[in-house]
Design a protein around this ligand. Structure first.
Ligand code: FAD
Length: 317
């Protein structure tokens, strides 16, 4: 099926879904009250990293699709804001390769000499990292350059939008709690520090062993991102000094080159969390497909979920 289609939501899920539908021949209108750089997506560290501890083949398939698309975009980093960097994940105990690296031949065990004190194992692999704001702007530019239309408005009735075009993908993130009446969505607040790039910092490092205090040091082209937190239910946007100090201390322990990093900005974002990502047809409204609830992995899953949502929209109900 081709023809007109509507995508609701202008974060990373909405933009990738809009581009995927366009690629398949749809004339796409994207509805969003906020421009991409004001969405949750713009606050992300935007590292390709599945951020899920239990193995899940569907999650892995979607993440792998996104990995390949993002790696292709990294060939033009100035234009797309995506670059490939070496990611090392540290573990306090001896581990087998993380489940999500099993299909990735470049993943390898890091040498013990490279572990900071307190870690027993580490795995490294090259992954795409986006400068979220630049990347979202690139996606929006591609969409409009190919004839896509953006309408700045809030949607209050998905069935009414389906009645207009016959084909709608709902990519509203946490907005779906009201728009789709989804009570299983919740917000998990995250704090990241945008810092001046420390001298000699090359790569990305992650320690996710404490689920409330995920630690990451991410090199970007012109700055570095240090994180972070995962605070379920917290809605405050002010960042206490103690949180900043805790993040800096954890990051310096993980990566000595990050010690003394100059903080330019403390950023707060809200992950749209759900037991599992919802990519499915609406059970009651033919022509409506949902694509939301990506939690801490919206960039990692983006192109895979967009392809699945487009498949669902294009096949008979
Ligand atoms: C601190 C932090 C760090 C992160 N780091 C990473 C990372 O390293 N890697 C990774 O993969 N992911 C990361 N994430 C997760 C990622 O940011 C999210 O999963 C992703 O942004 C979700 O994107 P989305 O497009 O689904 O939702 P959003 O970005 O929230 O976009 C939703 C869109 O829907 C619109 N909308 C809402 N309601 C309506 C309505 N009624 N009508 C019309 N439009 C509506 C909004 O205006 C917005 O445009 C991080 C998140 C945070 C907070």
């Amino acid at each position: 099926m081709t023809g007109p289609a509507t995508v609701v939501g202008g974060g990373v899920s909405g933009l990738t879904t809009a581009l995927e539908l366009q690629r398949r021949g749809h004339r796409v209108t994207l509805l969003t009250p906020e421009l991409p750089h004001h969405t949750t997506s713009a606050a992300a560290a935007a590292v390709w990293h599945p951020f899920l501890h239990r193995p899940d083949p569907v999650h892995l398939r979607r993440a792998t699709t996104a990995l390949h698309r993002l790696a292709a975009l990294s060939r033009e980093p100035e234009r797309t804001g995506v670059r490939v960097r070496t990611l090392t994940e540290f573990f306090p105990t001896a581990t087998e390769p993380p489940w999500w690296t099993r299909e990735l031949p470049a993943a390898h065990r890091a040498r013990p000499a490279e572990h900071p004190p307190g870690y027993a194992s580490a795995w490294s692999l090259p992954v795409p990292v986006a400068d979220a704001t630049r990347y979202l702007a690139h996606l929006a530019e591609e969409f409009t350059a190919d004839g896509g239309r953006v309408e700045r408005r809030l949607v209050s009735d998905l069935a009414a939008e389906v009645a207009r075009t016959g084909a709608v993908v709902n990519c509203t993130g946490y907005g779906s709690s009201a728009l789709a009446g989804d009570r299983s969505l919740s917000l998990v607040r995250g704090v990241l520090l945008r810092c001046a790039k420390p001298e000699g910092l090359r790569g990305c490092w992650i320690d996710d062993s404490d689920p409330r205090r995920p630690t990451r040091v991410i090199e970007r082209e012109h700055d570095a991102v240090l994180g972070g937190t995962a605070d379920p239910g917290l809605v405050a946007t002010a960042v206490p000094e103690a949180t900043v100090a805790d993040i800096l201390e954890r990051c310096a322990r993980l990566v000595p080159a990050a010690a003394g990093a100059e903080v330019l900005e403390a950023k707060v974002g809200f992950r749209p969390a759900r037991g599992s990502v919802r990519v499915e047809r609406d059970p009651y409204i033919p022509g409506l497909v949902h694509n939301y609830g990506h939690g801490g992995a919206g960039f990692t899953l983006s192109w895979g979920c967009a392809a699945d949502a487009a498949d669902l929209l294009g096949s008979p109900h």
